[in-house]
Each structure stands twice: as C-alpha cells, then as structure tokens.
Design a protein around this ligand. Structure first.
Ligand code: 13P
Length: 253
C-alpha cells in the first residue's frame, strides 16, 4: 500500500455560471462531509471562483483554477496571475491541460513557466500530460510522456517541486467514454513515476501523486484506483453533477 493520499479532482472546464457552480459546490460539500483518507479538489471556471470559494467555506474541499499566466501583473489583457488565484481562495491550479495545448497553443515551455509561477505563489500545480490517439497508435506514448515531463519540469530541483501533482490524461480518453484500461493507466503511471525518480530521486518519485484522467466514472473508478501507481483522478464530465462526483470520492465503498 502506498502512503500517498488519494486526490479526486474535478475539472469543470467551461461549464456553470457563478450561481450554478456555487450551488453544485454547496451540494458536494454536504455529500462528502463523511469522506476520510481522500483529498478533494474542484476547479470551476475563473468567473465562478469567488462564489465557489464562499460556498466551500467550512469544508476541506480544495479550490483550483484551470489555468494561470506566469507574470505577476502588467499589460497582459485577459490573463490571470497566480497571486490573483491565491487572493480568490485557490490552493491548486491545473496546468497544461490537453485542451489548452490543443486549442490555445500551450507548449511544454509555457507549461514550465506556469508551473514555476504556481509554485512560487504556493499553489499546487496539477501538471497534465498525455498522448493523442495517433501517438499511441504510432507507439510513441512513452516518448511523448518523456518529453512532456522533461520539458515541463525543466530546470527544477526536487525541493522546488514539493506538492506537485501530475495528471496523466490520454487525449483519446478525454470526453470520449473510452477509458484507458487499468493496465494501460498503470503502465503509463509507472513509466512517469520511474522517470520522475530518474530526474528528481526516489524519495520524490515515491511521494508524488499521479492522477489518471479520461472518462473516469463511478463504474470504472475503483478498478483504476486499485492500481499501485494510480493515486487519484482528474475528472471532467462526471464531476459536474455533485451526486456522481461524490461517488468517485467514495471510490472505496
Ligand atoms: P472527462 O472526464 O470528461 O473525460 O475529462 C477528463 C479531463 O479532461 C479532466 O481534466
């Protein structure tokens, strides 16, 4: 048994207004009150962060953002800094999600700068990596993950990265209903952990949490969570409904 505390995280993507998000967060808070031995995080859209932070008061559910910009302040129209996220109550931030890489030009180099900005503001980065279907079919999964990890975490020392969470999200499994099999997830997670061991040492690799993301649902979460290197889930669709998401939080039951 690993000593890593599981983390079940909801990425609400571009869903829910402030009021809708606060209502869902309030419901979730009630539903997971009895949860023990698991950390929970939800990442609503920027405009809902304040209301959700208020709704989560008095609960252990952590608040995350879905992106940030690395500069502290300045003439960067439309961007949001790590300090602003901390100010609104965030403790976590998702960085390098495949949708940002695909639609918004995020690169390993920008991901690297964003992780640095998050860490220097004491935000926990949830660093997303994963291969596309074409890359998997071309047997490039491990080389893609290798590059994303090396470049995304370039120039960090292990002591800089404490708290870092990695999310393995195979792009072909996101929102498609096609989940990676637990063997596929385990194989990728093991590869990532071993690479992190090579780069930052065994102690870091043993402690870092690696979440799986891609069509996680109440009927597959338990099998995935049983795998030794799967330490949690980053959930899109199934995190939007508080009842469904709470079933993921109680994956052991
Ligand atoms: P789905 O759970 O909807 O497949 O989304 C996964 C994801 O992208 C979480 O970040």
């Amino acid at each position: 048994m690993s000593s890593r505390t599981p983390l079940i995280a909801g990425n609400w993507k571009m869903h829910k207004t402030g009021l809708q998000a606060a209502e869902a967060a309030g419901q979730l808070k009630g539903l997971v009150k009895q949860a023990t031995g698991v950390e929970i995080m939800i990442a609503p859209t920027f405009t809902a962060l304040y209301q959700v932070a208020q709704a989560l008061k008095g609960s252990d559910i952590a608040l995350g953002a879905q992106n940030l910009y690395w500069e502290k302040q300045g003439a960067f129209t439309g961007e949001i800094s790590s300090e602003m996220l901390v100010d609104v109550g965030c403790s976590h931030v998702i960085i390098g999600h495949s949708e940002r890489r695909l639609f918004f030009g995020e690169t390993d180099a920008s991901v690297n700068r964003k992780i640095q900005a998050a860490l220097s503001a004491n935000l926990i980065p949830v660093f997303c990596i994963g291969e596309t279907e074409a890359q998997r079919e071309a047997s490039e999964t491990f080389s893609v993950l290798d590059k994303q990890v090396r470049d995304g975490l370039k120039d960090f020392a292990f002591e800089d990265l404490s708290g870092l969470v990695v999310a393995y999200e195979p792009v072909w499994a996101i929102g498609t209903g096609k989940t990676a099999s637990r063997e596929q997830a385990q194989e990728a997670h093991q590869f990532i952990r071993s690479l992190l061991g090579t780069l930052f040492g065994k102690q870091f690799a043993d402690a870092v949490r690696i979440l799986y993301g891609g069509s996680v649902k109440p009927d597959n979460v338990q099998a995935l969570m049983k795998m030794p290197d799967v330490d949690g889930a980053l959930v899109g669709g199934a995190s939007l409904d508080p009842e469904t998401f709470s079933k993921l939080v109680f994956f052991k039951h």
